[in-house]
Design a protein around this ligand. Structure first.
Ligand SMILES: [Zn+2]
Length: 230
């Protein structure tokens, strides 16, 4: 009987140790997840256009640029959040950023500016698609502010990733005179992800797999710059 009692006591002790180990492992896992979901870097994703402002349209399908921009932006948000970035979207649906009031481009851009300012981000990524009267023109290109240090490194890196994975011919990141690049002091880039005026590129741009590919390319490039700085 004494032997059985000892065995029972031993089993209880062993079980307690196992339970404690499980609790410690679970706590450690929670801590690890918490760390992974917050790397302390905030990125604003600005899906261009929205609401009655559809931007440019696909030459063969009439697809609105605003919808393509939003789809790419959502894939980008997913990749960044998975990697631990804090992401703020200027818009997460098809509506205008300036909300319910009568649409005005000026009010919409001011609303984007105020969202960027309240996020105080480490980087702003504005997502657009391009259009040009010459149908053969295509390729993804990145723009940055003329103000020194405001995103040029990010722009050059994203451009080289675009050239590597999306573009048939290399393009160069350029200074662009866009409101979103200059309306705040935060590093900002504007990605023109391709030309909706080129039928071949339009067909790719309206498809989920290419949208996802663009998003992953932007994510990888941006992530590599932050990694180097860490
Ligand atoms: Zn646009």
């Amino acid at each position: 009987m004494a032997f059985v009692a000892i065995r029972k006591k031993t089993v209880v002790i062993v079980l307690s140790i196992v339970l404690a180990a499980v609790v410690i492992a679970a706590t450690a896992a929670t801590v690890a997840v918490a760390t992974r979901t917050d790397n302390g870097i905030t990125i604003v994703i600005d899906a261009g256009h929205g609401g009655t402002d559809g931007g440019v349209v696909g030459v063969s399908t009439g697809t609105k640029e605003s919808d393509v921009n939003l789809a790419i932006s959502k894939y980008l948000e997913k990749h960044l959040e998975k990697a631990g970035y804090n992401v703020v979207m200027t818009r997460s649906d098809g509506g205008a950023v300036c909300g319910g009031m009568k649409y005005s481009k000026r009010e919409d851009m001011k609303a984007r500016k105020s969202k960027v300012n309240s996020a105080a981000p480490d980087l702003v990524i504005s997502v657009h698609c391009n259009s040009y009267p010459v149908e053969s023109v295509k390729g993804a290109q990145v723009f940055f502010s003329a103000a020194k240090g405001r995103g040029e490194t990010f722009a050059n890196t994203v451009q080289s990733y675009f050239n590597e994975t999306l573009n048939e011919r290399d393009r160069t990141a350029m200074v662009g005179d866009y409101y979103i690049l200059n309306c705040t002091e935060y590093p900002s880039i504007l990605c023109e992800c391709g030309f909706l005026s080129n039928v071949g590129e339009e067909n790719k741009l309206i498809g989920a797999s290419y949208q996802e590919k663009i998003a992953y390319t932007i994510f990888s490039a941006v992530n590599s710059v932050f990694d180097e700085r860490a």
